[in-house]
Design a binder for this molecule. Structure first.
Ligand code: ASC
Length: 548
């Protein structure tokens, strides 16, 4: 079956947290429409760009795009940004059931509200390894009152202006800003704050006592790592990133930008009242109140606010808690492909914050990614030798004595746009190595997202990865398959994937400002196997001269 959608991307006045802002929105609403398909369906989205002055693309996060790499929607990697008044048709297979989402992947448009859910149910006649009576699908995000153009200009300025912590956390696109703070905020924002605006009315999950519900959550945050909690209710995790996981009962869930989860919740508490659903910031010193929604027992009035205080999440800097949680996410026995026991290649990726000509950037093995004008995939397929730097990207960092516990002794890095060419079908290990940032005694969280593949999460470790010993810590028995994994401060994370999907694929920190400060790399494999590209995605850089 084909699921056909016609979307227009527009600027839109909207009040996600009761303060009026301008969003990049789809079909006049926010968040974007939920795509719902069954495994095996083809999804077709005709995307028309109605933004008067900027291009747009949409990435289908978690969809592997097997055989359709030109539909991955990553500007400068798989296609050109779609120009104003032009249309690009995304056509791809929803091959695997699971919880996914989509979002802008050009400039900082994701931060401007360009996102929505993409849910793939099991094919008709197939069963999931659990059951439930009802379902709620929720996208989580963070929200700034400064628009993305101001944010981006700050990131690219000298001196550097950081975006700071978000003003609000949104549950299903809804937050409640404290209007009395609006007048106190420094210049530039629209002071139109109205708590009775229906656009910011808290999301309500209405449940019947005794029934079990599946909640799907996806984090599209620009920066924040979140903890999701429902007052008084336990959560049974069953799916993560489109893959079944060993059922895990928890009080609350850590979810990093780019991750998705499904869990089951039983409505088993006193049905005469309502309960808070809350999200809180983790991993960075929070300066944002919790995002709230209402868990409503029918027939209690759905909008009646619980009289209790919102439930507390673990302390923002309780990394031991986060690591213990992350280590408990493993593959469900009997589901999904088995991890290959050996790899053909191991690439170590050191994550550092650096200066380049006095600008603050992020670098991987001392290279800060600056995307080229021509999409990599076209440059590779049509052998455009000047479109990017064809020298191999660095396989590890140097010197190997680099002290990850301290600010870089030489803080200067370089910009670059070279890639990693992978042998088709090779099994590749990636070791993400975190380090201290420019400021002493500080290391950030980075959720890393791989396009075009799922990977097995082999291990999380503390300190510098030791290649002669630490491979013994790899879980080769039941590692979870994921598309986004967290790199903890001062730690390392090892993942493994099979390069079996012809195309060029981004691998990057899913924190939007970090990506735009250079925190990503590009892999390419099997380019010679690619057929003809849709020409409508090539209207930029060196390929545009071919357009009729
Ligand atoms: O990339 C970042 O920059 C700031 C800070 O490190 C420099 O101002 C911050 O908190 C980040 O995550």
């Amino acid at each position: 079956r084909t699921r056909h959608y016609k979307w227009q991307v527009n600027y839109l006045f909207w009040s996600p947290d009761c303060v009026e802002s301008v969003l990049v929105a789809i079909n006049g609403g926010f968040p974007g429409p939920t795509i719902r398909a069954e495994a095996g369906d083809t999804i077709v989205v005709e995307l028309e760009n109605k933004l008067p002055t900027e291009g747009v693309v949409i990435h289908w996060h978690g969809i592997r795009q097997r055989g359709t790499p030109w539909a991955d929607g990553t500007a400068s990697v798989t296609q050109c940004a779609i120009n104003p008044d032009e249309t690009y048709v995304y056509k791809f297979l929803a091959d695997k059931p699971g919880t996914y989402f989509y979002h802008g992947h050009y400039g900082m448009q994701r931060s401007a509200g360009l996102y929505g859910l993409l849910i793939v149910d099991v094919a008709k006649g197939e069963k999931e390894p659990f059951s439930y009576d009802g379902e709620f699908d929720i996208i989580l995000s963070d929200w700034w009152h400064k628009n993305i153009y101001e944010q981006m200009t700050g990131l690219y300025s000298k001196p550097f202006r950081w975006i700071g912590e978000p003003q609000s956390l949104l549950i299903a696109g809804r937050g409640q800003y404290n209007c009395s703070l609006v007048s106190a905020e420094a210049g530039g924002i629209n002071a139109n704050c109205n708590k009775t605006n229906q656009q910011c009315a808290p999301f309500v999950l209405s449940v019947e006592s005794g029934k079990t519900y599946r909640l799907r959550i996806a984090s599209a945050t620009a920066l924040s790592s979140l903890n999701f909690i429902i007052e008084g209710h336990k959560l049974l995790l069953v799916e993560a990133g489109g893959n079944y996981i060993e059922p895990l009962e928890v009080e609350n869930v850590d979810i990093y930008s780019g991750q998705t989860y499904s869990f089951l919740v039983k409505a088993d508490q006193d049905p005469s009242k309502n309960y808070w659903v809350a999200v809180n910031v983790r991993g960075r010193r929070p300066n944002t109140p919790p995002g709230l929604a209402i868990f409503n027992y029918i027939p209690t009035r759905p909008t009646s606010r619980p009289s209790t205080a919102p439930p507390a999440s673990p302390a923002w800097n309780d990394f031991a808690y986060s690591k213990a949680f992350a280590n408990k996410i493993v593959a469900r026995d009997g589901f999904g492909p088995r991890v290959p026991l050996k790899s053909d290649r191991a690439i170590v990726l050191l994550n550092t914050q650096n200066y380049i000509d006095g600008y603050i950037k992020w670098a991987i093995n001392n290279v800060s990614l600056v995307l080229p004008a021509t999409p990599y995939m076209a440059s590779l397929k049509y052998k455009l030798s000047n479109a990017f730097d064809h020298r191999a990207a660095p396989e590890t960092y140097s010197p190997n004595s680099y002290d990850i516990m301290r600010p870089p002794s030489n803080p200067n890095a370089a910009t670059g746009n070279s890639i990693y060419s992978l042998d088709f079908n090779a099994t590749v290990d990636l070791v993400l190595q975190n380090a201290n940032i420019l400021m002493p005694n500080s290391s950030d969280i980075h959720p890393w997202h791989l396009h075009g593949h799922d990977f097995w999460v082999l291990a999380y470790g503390n300190g510098a990865f030791n290649p002669s010993e630490d491979f013994r810590k790899f879980n080769l028995r039941n590692p979870a398959l994921q598309n986004t994994v967290v790199l903890f401060p001062y730690g390392w994370t090892a993942i493994r994937f099979v390069a079996d999907n012809a195309g060029a694929w981004a691998f990057h920190c899913h924190i939007e400002p970090h990506l735009h400060m250079g925190m990503g790399v590009v892999f390419a494999e099997g380019i010679e196997k690619l057929g003809k590209f849709p020409i409508s995605g090539l209207g930029c850089g060196e390929t545009k001269r071919w357009l009729p």
